[in-house]
Design a protein around this ligand. Structure first.
Ligand code: FES
Length: 350
């Protein structure tokens, strides 16, 4: 699939220049790009084969939570969606369970650094950021940890303008701009330390929390612990729901809006709530790229008029919304999603 060269909202990204290989084939990644996005940008969607039935697997959450994207990189099993490509990296398809790597030497362990704070906030998405800002503004000492390379959580994937109340949730502002604003406020907030690329890996009975950061292990003893780790992608139970090409909405947003990688040419969206609508909008915003997606949107009581209206309404900056092949179908709880997808794929004629 092509990289998205022209996005209606986002500026173009750097050109791919980092050499790596996948199953021996030479490929290029954008500097700092995650393995999963680099592979999909190179047309590779199968990252592993399941140890039970050899079923192909690709990404589902793109957020480090499901492990479906595991590959072997330089001899180690890693989650492709949260591991950046490094120059010369050798990546291989994982077949079955990975072997436990052999360690030549016993690693040396040093006593971990120990810190105290009034509040430890786990999760640097909108809730964690807002809490840290509120607490820091009231004079509390706060440590905010997040496993990603920057704060903002899902906001950094959201190119649409928020709706609702201006005072409560920045209505009328794009998620990416809200993230930048909150990050800026955080950097000016005394008493708040924001640790990116940091994982809270254990909460012990003595109230200490173990955190990995930049290769070090740190113990933090907070007076209060605030967990704002966000939501999880929810999978629908239907046969084949772990096959490559079936994405959680967050993974789709990650590819399209963070990494400017087009994961598909035909998009079948299950769910016509705000997330389904926004996914259609995000897909539509890539329409100037070759092979822009055709969209089928499935939702109970949906109709073609609703979907066109929703995309027109959400995509206030779309130049040619009529370019999209959009269909809508009414799905109920009893429907076979896989069969519906097959039927509508044929109807879209690809
Ligand atoms: S952990 Fe990588 S796709 Fe879920």
């Amino acid at each position: 699939m092509p990289r998205i060269k022209e996005h209606i909202i986002l500026p173009p990204r750097q050109k791919p220049s980092v050499d790596f290989t996948f199953d021996g084939k030479k490929l290029l990644a954008v500097p700092g790009e995650m393995i999963s996005s680099a592979l999909i940008a190179n047309g590779i969607h199968v990252f592993s084969h399941h140890h039970k039935d050899n079923a192909p697997q690709g990404i589902f959450c793109a957020n480090g939570q499901c492990s479906q994207c595991t590959v072997l990189a330089d001899g180690l099993p890693v989650k492709a969606c949260v591991t950046a490509v490094t120059p010369g990296m050798e990546v291989f398809t994982l077949r079955g369970n990975p072997a436990i790597p052999c360690a030549e030497e016993t690693p040396e362990f040093r006593p971990p650094e120990e810190l105290e704070a009034d509040v430890l906030v786990i999760g640097g998405g909108p809730a964690g950021l807002a809490a840290a800002l509120e607490l820091g503004g009231k004079g509390a000492s706060v440590i905010l940890v997040d496993d990603k390379h920057r704060m903002g959580g899902k906001l950094v994937l959201q190119t649409h303008k928020f709706f609702g109340s201006v005072d409560d949730c920045y209505a009328g502002t794009r998620g990416i701009d809200i993230a930048a604003r909150l990050e800026q406020e955080l950097s000016a907030c005394p008493g708040v330390q924001a640790w990116s690329n940091s994982n809270a890996v254990a909460v012990f009975s003595d109230r200490r929390v173990g955190i990995t950061r930049d290769g070090a292990y740190i113990l933090v003893k907070p007076r209060a612990l605030l967990v704002a780790a966000g939501a999880r992608e929810k999978s629908l139970p239907f046969p084949g729901n772990t096959l490559p090409g079936i994405y959680g909405a967050g993974a789709f947003q990650t590819l399209v809006n963070r990494d400017l990688v087009a994961p598909c040419r035909k998009l079948f969206i299950i769910g016509g709530g705000n997330v389904g609508l926004i996914a259609a909008y995000h897909a539509a915003a890539t329409h100037n790229s070759p092979g822009h997606p055709r969209i089928v949107w499935a939702h109970a009581e949906a109709n073609r008029h609703d979907v066109h209206g929703a995309i027109d309404g959400a995509g206030e900056q779309l130049r040619h919304p009529a370019d999209f092949s959009v269909a809508a179908l009414d799905v109920g709880e009893e429907d076979d999603v896989g069969a519906l997808y097959g039927e509508h794929s044929r109807r879209l004629g690809e």
